[in-house]
Structures are given as structure tokens and as C-alpha cells.
Design a binder for this molecule. Structure first.
Ligand code: FES
Length: 760
């Protein structure tokens, strides 16, 4: 709670004072309800809730990162103080829920988590896939000829429930009774029941507690049982100090809810969002390879876990606000997932979004959801069966209702209809069996590709082909920022990277392709075959070559075809009204693309250096004359970029941002050594063998890390480096960043010594 000074000064806005997490705005859309906070008041005190509310991605990630300062001890505390009558009812059932994996502190949490993680490894989870598939198929079989359904009742609730029971090794029991218990537990912990409702809820929770105890006793008697709870029972037998009797009983109750309720709600959110966006639904039906990413994007956009709680163990600053020791915190992860500081265009549901797996719906760090890959598998299988067998399904007009609480969200019903006469498998019965499976783990951005068509093809200059690409599926191509590139996928399946260079507001993607007769053949194919109507596919756009728009001055340097991203940067700086200079080198004017456009739009800033005219760019002088704090952006041949990096050594007060297109040599196991990798946020140590990258080892341990090029070129796999000396092998961090040793590119860089510590 704020101290007296803070109360007296009343530092929070009217919107913050009015914020009510049980009110209709938050219940309908928690991310939207906290837009005011993301935009201008990222941490505020909620009088209604008695908690500090945190809404931005970076602040919430920092809180998750430090379980010592931000203890999870209050995660399962009743958010609405219970009445004496409610406590008396709970006592009559001997209710005594205490610590579980979600609310225990260090060091015991990490020790237990490590001991219990084996069943969640991707290889172990793969064995559950056929069971999930059979459950989903049976339920789709049951409804497919009916023509209408409530997807929650028919599929989305029951499948995660049965999968959870199998995973835990808990015998199947009365589904309806357990559903009622789950609702009572959620309202008891995260809801705001009235005094009268509290009594009814307390009876439900008490019965759930006794039910969990009874199941536990039955399971203890079965010495040969399999499943995660049996692992816990064995751990309790072997080490009663670490896995106590109460811990076992508390986990039994909490895990039954945690293992299925969140997945069921996530499925309901997913189906609602996708059926509301017909173009996205149809794209998925046509291209099932997009399903893993679509699931992830739904988890980001409309996840089922919208908030978590923590308590500060000392006075601490978050987002510029001091939270006092003992202050309770509500981290609204749904808001973080819509933070424009982390996600471009965050309010749009974009099933092609490449960094969507960075969402915080699964939490982060040492308390990240252990069952995330099981949940992903279930959601993917459900979506795959529905898009394949009922692509003509439509949403019925309806009002969505939600269980009123702060933390878990999914519509209680999702009503849909379809015409059974149009079921595809009436024409082709084999479709029922034509399932497609996906690897376990986060989605692979490489599986994402859009269909495009060449709208325009012309020779820019003697060796440079200009292309304009447009979408073919009616979904507009996403916006892009200066410096962005796309990966063009050729009919051979190979991909080539090209920067975007269109004019602001231009429809379609404009790019320029240099013919390289000694290259791998991609540019030759495009020069020889691309013409209006040619169908291609592409991934992206993404941007690893960003303008710092706040820099006081900009120098743009292009060599040859490197002019493409530089041209877009010049357009952007001009639109912003900034000072900039553009230096453009090439072999001859006849090989330098866009000279007319540059002369038209950027004449005042332009300096040309055609080699055959004896013009040379003097890099030393260029750097010497660059104003302090400026950003120099450069793209061109490797020789030119290496020379610029060398020249930049003399000007540490200037930022050099370069775009490389060629990686350093690949890993050679014969020359490498193994090393230990400490993960500070997760509290575990991994071994990186000589023939594996850090990125591969992290993935195998179930830790989600974004990646793209996996060649040290894009920077998407960057992690904080907290200890040890790195052997930097990337081409994305600057020399000064390498020297500072605070970041590491995990797809290629390694340890110089025998240990590294990273923030993961
Ligand atoms: Fe691109 Fe590592 S994935 S630098």
C-alpha cells in the first residue's frame, strides 16, 4: 500500500483510481482496460484491489526474473478477503491449501521444479499425442453431423480435462462434479464473491479439498501407477522433507485445475478469435502449417492467464514507482502482451507474427508454466481437426460471458454452426484420417510463409531487377519499417533475403535483386523467370537493421545493392524532418540502382562515389566529422562493412549499425569445447557440448527462445550475458557490445572458458 506521502500527494490518475478488475471493462478485455496504464502510468496503486498494478511488458518480465525480490508467496491467496463465516466453512472441511509449485519461494522451488521436470520434456510429451488425437477425434465425430455445437461443452473443456488426468495418472472421475469444483476454486482464489456466495463457494472448495485427498489416498495404494502425480507420490515416500504430505495434497488440488482449466479457456479464446476473423480462419484451413503459430498468436492476443501476483520482499522501484516492502503486485500479462514496446501492431491478431512466442501468457523465468508444451500440443490438435473437418464452421451471434475473476479468462460458451451437407468428408471420407502432426515446442518461424505474386518486374539498371510483390489471399501484406527485409522462397524451396525499398504508403513490397552469376542461383532464377503473375512465397518482413529515430544525427552509407534498405531509411528520415547525409558507392553509375529517385527525393543529402570515376569514400574522414551521438547505418559488401567497423573503433561516441548478409563460418565440433551454462532466471545449469549451440541446448531444456536466421545475422536469439567470457561469433552486435560483454547471440557464440551465466 502507498505510504502516507504518496497518499497525500495522490500521485495516480483518475483512470487509475477508477480501475476495477472486477468491473465490466476488465472482465470483457483486460488488455484494453489497461491501455491508459501502458501508455502513461505503467505502475499504479489500485485502491479497489489493494494491489500495485503493473502493465508493461518490460516491467513484468523484470518482476518474473527476480523471485527473491518479488516473491510468488501470494499467488494462491484469496484476492478478496474471506468472511469469518467462509473461514469457518473451510475449516469444517480441514481445508489447508499451502505451498505448491506456483507459490513457493527459492531455493526450494527450483529444487522441486528440477526434480519434477522430466515428464515435461518434449520427448516425454510426444507419447501423449496419440491419446490427445483420439480424444479430439471422438468428440468431433460426435458432433460433426449435428450442424451446431457449443464448442466448450462439446470439446474444449473435456479434452484438456481428460488429458490432464492421464498425464497426472489420476483416475477418471465425475467430470461435472470436478468442473463445479474448479469453478469454486477459481472464484475462491481470484474472484470477488459476495458474502452469501462465499459460503457456497467455501463448500465447493472444501469438497474439492476432500476429493483431492481421497484420490491421493487411492493413488498411494497403487505402487505401480504411472503419471506425474505418481512421480510426486514416490518423491514423497523417498524424501518427505522436500515433498511433504501437505505439499502433495495441495499440489493434487491445484494441479487438477491448473492442468486443464487454463488450456480449456485458451481453446475457447482461440476458437472465438479465429472464427471472428474469417480471413485468418480460411488461411488456416488452406494452410495448416500455420496452425502452431496461430495457436501461439491467440495465446498472445487473448490468452487464458491474464494476470499473476507477487509480493515485494523489500522496497523496490518498478517502472519509476517505489513499491514498498510487503506491497502486493498484480502483473497483468494480458496487457504486457499488447505492449507496443514489445510487439508491433499489438492489438491486431496476426497469425503470421514471427515473434509471437515471446508472449507472457505462460509466465517467464523460474515459474514459467511447466505444462506449456502439453497445452500447445492439445490446442494445435484441436485446431487441426476442426479446420480440416469443419472448415465451413461459423460463429453464431452471441454474447460471451466470463467467470468474474482477476486472472483466468475464457468464454463460458462458444456457439457455432455449419451445414452438415457441406462436410468435406461426405465427399471424401479419407479426410477424417488425414491428420497432420506438429513438432512439440514453440512454433518454428521458418514454417511461416505468405503467398505473393509478382505485380511488376522491370530492369532498374543493367544488373538490378526491380520487383513489386502483392498478396494473393486478400489479407493485406503487413506494414514494415525502414531497414526491414523479407525472405523470398523460390520454387526450389531455397530462400533469399532482400531488403524492402518501397516508397512510403506504396501498396505491395518493392525490392531490388542484383544478378550474381557466381552466386547460388537465386538471383539468376529471379532475373530469368520473374514476371507479372509469377507466384512466389515469402516470410517476413522483419527488421534487424533499425533506425534509431531519436539519434541527434544520421549518416547513411550504401555500397552497391546495399542501397535498398538505405533508401527506405532516407525516406523515413526525410518524412520525420531529420538531418541526414547519404553516401552511395558503386562500381559505376550504370550499375547503381535508384539514381533518378535519389536525385529527385534526396538530392540535398546525396553524395555519389562511382568507382570508375575515381570517386572514393574516405571513411576515416567520415567518422572524424560525424557529430557525437550520431547513428551511422551502413549496408553493402563485407569488405566495406569490415572497414567501417575498423574505422568506428576511434569513435565510441557514435553508433554504427550495419546489416550483414553473410554469416561467419559454421560450428566445427572438432575445434570446440563443452561448457556449463547457468540460467539465472530459471535457476538451472545446462551442459553445452562441443557439437551443440547454446540455442539448441536451451530449446532441448524446454526454454522458449526466439530465433530466425540461426547464423548470427539477425539478433533475434540475443540473451543477457551475466557472467563468464563469451567467444562472440555473430555479425549483429557491435564491437563495443562484444567488448562490454553484456549480451550474447545464442545461435552461434560460445564460452571462452568453462562457464557462462545468462538471463533465461
Ligand atoms: Fe539470428 Fe541468432 S537466430 S542471430
Amino acid at each position: 500500500m502507498p505510504d502516507d506521502d504518496q497518499r497525500g500527494a495522490c500521485p495516480f490518475s483518475e483512470a487509475a483510481r477508477r480501475f476495477d478488475p472486477f468491473g465490466p471493462a476488465y472482465q470483457a478485455d483486460p488488455a484494453e482496460a489497461l491501455r491508459f496504464s501502458r501508455e502513461g502510468e505503467p505502475v499504479f496503486w489500485s485502491e479497489v484491489l489493494g494491489h500495485w498494478v503493473v502493465s508493461r511488458y518490460g516491467d513484468i518480465q523484470d518482476i518474473f526474473r527476480d523471485p527473491l525480490i518479488f516473491s510468488p508467496a501470494n499467488v494462491l491467496e484469496k484476492i478478496t478477503p474471506p468472511s469469518d463465516a467462509m473461514l469457518a466453512v473451510l475449516k469444517s472441511y480441514d481445508f489447508n491449501l499451502q505451498r505448491t509449485l506456483v507459490n513457493e519461494d527459492e531455493p526450494v522451488h527450483t529444487e522441486r521444479r528440477r526434480a519434477l521436470m522430466g515428464a515435461f520434456a518434449p520427448e516425454a510429451l510426444a507419447g501423449h499425442a496419440p491419446h490427445v488425437r483420439a480424444l479430439v477425434r471422438a468428440r468431433v465425430d460426435a458432433m460433426i453431423d449435428r450442424g451446431e455445437a457449443d464448442l466448450v461443452a462439446a470439446l474444449l473443456w473435456e479434452v484438456p480435462f481428460l488429458v490432464a488426468l492421464q498425464f497426472l495418472g489420476v483416475p477418471e472421475d465425475d467430470h461435472d462434479k470436478l468442473r463445479a469444483y474448479s469453478v469454486a476454486h477459481t472464484l475462491n482464489t481470484w474472484g470477488r464473491p459476495t458474502e452469501a456466495e462465499q459460503i457456497e463457494i467455501a463448500h465447493g472448495v472444501g469438497r474439492f479439498w476432500q476429493y483431492a485427498g481421497g484420490v491421493l489416498e487411492r493413488m498411494k495404494a497403487d505402487q505401480r501407477g504411472t503419471g506425474w502425480m505418481h512421480d510426486m507420490i514416490r518423491a514423497n515416500r523417498e524424501n518427505r522433507e522436500v515433498v511433504t504430505d501437505n505439499y502433495l495434497h495441495s499440489m493434487m488440488m491445484a494441479i487438477i485445475v491448473a492442468a486443464h482449466e487454463t488450456t480449456a479457456m485458451a481453446g475457447a479464446n482461440m476458437m472465438r478469435r479465429l472464427l471472428e476473423d474469417r480471413a485468418a480462419w480460411e488461411a488456416l484451413c488452406a494452410r495448416p502449417g500455420l496452425i502452431p503459430n496461430a495457436v501461439e498468436e491467440c495465446l498472445r492476443h487473448s490468452g487464458s492467464v491474464v494476470a499473476w501476483r507477487r509480493v515485494a520482499t523489500r522496497d523496490v522501484q518498478v517502472g519509476g514507482v517505489t513499491i514498498p516492502k510487503g506491497g502486493k503486485i498484480l502483473m497483468v500479462t494480458a496487457s504486457a502482451n499488447h505492449d507496443p514496446r514489445r510487439f508491433d501492431n499489438p492489438d491486431a491478431l496476426d497469425i503470421w507474427r514471427e515473434d509471437t512466442a515471446a508472449h507472457l501468457t505462460f509466465g517467464y523465468g523460474s515459474h514459467q508454466c511447466m505444462g506449456k508444451n502439453l497445452g500447445r500440443m492439445e490446442l494445435r490438435i484441436m485446431l487441426e481437426e476442426l479446420t480440416r473437418r469443419l472448415p465451413h464452421m461459423e460463429m453464431v451471434e452471441q454474447e460471451f460471458t466470463f467467470l468474474p475473476n482477476t486472472s483466468f479468462r475464457g468464454p463460458e460458451r462458444v456457439l457455432v454452426r455449419w451445414d452438415p451437407a457441406l462436410n468435406p468428408e461426405r465427399r471424401d471420407p479419407a479426410l477424417r484420417e488425414a491428420a497432420r502432426d506438429f513438432p512439440i515446442g514453440p512454433p518454428d518461424p521458418k514454417a511461416l510463409a505468405r503467398d505473393v505474386v509478382v505485380a511488376e518486374a522491370h530492369i532498374e539498371v543493367e544488373v538490378v531487377l526491380g520487383l513489386v510483390l502483392t498478396a494473393t489471399d486478400g489479407i493485406p501484406l503487413p506494414g514494415w519499417s525502414a531497414g526491414a527485409h523479407v525472405d523470398l522462397i523460390l520454387p526450389s524451396g531455397e530462400s533469399r533475403r532482400y531488403s524492402l525499398c518501397g516508397a512510403p504508403g506504396e501498396a505491395g513490397y518493392r525490392l531490388a535483386v542484383l544478378r550474381e552469376d557466381q552466386g547460388r542461383g537465386g538471383s539468376r532464377w529471379l532475373h530469368d523467370h520473374a514476371q507479372p503473375g509469377t507466384a512466389l512465397r515469402l516470410r517476413g518482413p522483419r527488421n534487424h537493421f533499425r533506425l534509431d529515430e531519436d539519434a541527434p544525427a544520421h549518416l547513411l552509407v550504401a555500397g552497391g545493392i546495399g542501397i535498398t534498405p538505405i533508401l527506405a531509411m532516407a525516406d523515413r528520415l526525410q518524412a520525420l524532418g531529420r538531418d541526414y547525409a547519404l553516401h552511395y558507392c558503386g562500381r559505376s553509375r550504370g550499375r547503381m540502382a535508384f539514381l533518378d529517385r535519389l536525385a529527385r527525393d534526396h538530392a540535398a543529402a546525396l553524395r555519389l562515389y562511382p568507382g570508375d570515376e575515381g570517386a572514393r569514400l574516405d571513411l576515416e574522414r567520415l567518422f572524424a566529422e560525424t557529430p557525437r551521438g550520431a547513428q551511422i547505418c551502413a549496408c553493402g559488401p563485407a569488405r566495406m562493412l569490415d572497414a567501417m567497423e575498423e574505422a568506428a573503433r576511434a569513435r565510441p561516441d557514435v553508433t554504427l549499425t550495419i546489416e550483414h548478409f553473410t554469416p561467419k563460418p559454421a560450428l566445427d565440433p572438432a575445434r570446440e569445447h563443452a561448457f556449463a551454462l547457468d540460467l539465472s532466471d530459471s535457476g538451472i545449469t545446462l551442459q553445452v557440448p562441443a557439437d551443440r549451440t547454446i540455442l539448441q541446448v536451451l530449446r532441448a531444456a524446454g526454454i522458449d527462445i526466439a530465433s530466425d536466421c540461426e547464423e548470427g545475422l539477425c539478433g533475434s536469439c540475443e540473451m543477457p550475458l551475466l557472467g563468464g567470457e563469451a567467444d562472440h561469433r555473430d555479425r549483429v552486435l557491435s564491437r563495443s557490445e562484444h567488448a562490454a560483454g553484456r549480451k550474447i547471440i545464442t545461435c552461434c557464440s560460445r564460452a571462452r572458458g568453462d562457464r557462462l551465466v545468462i538471463g533465461a
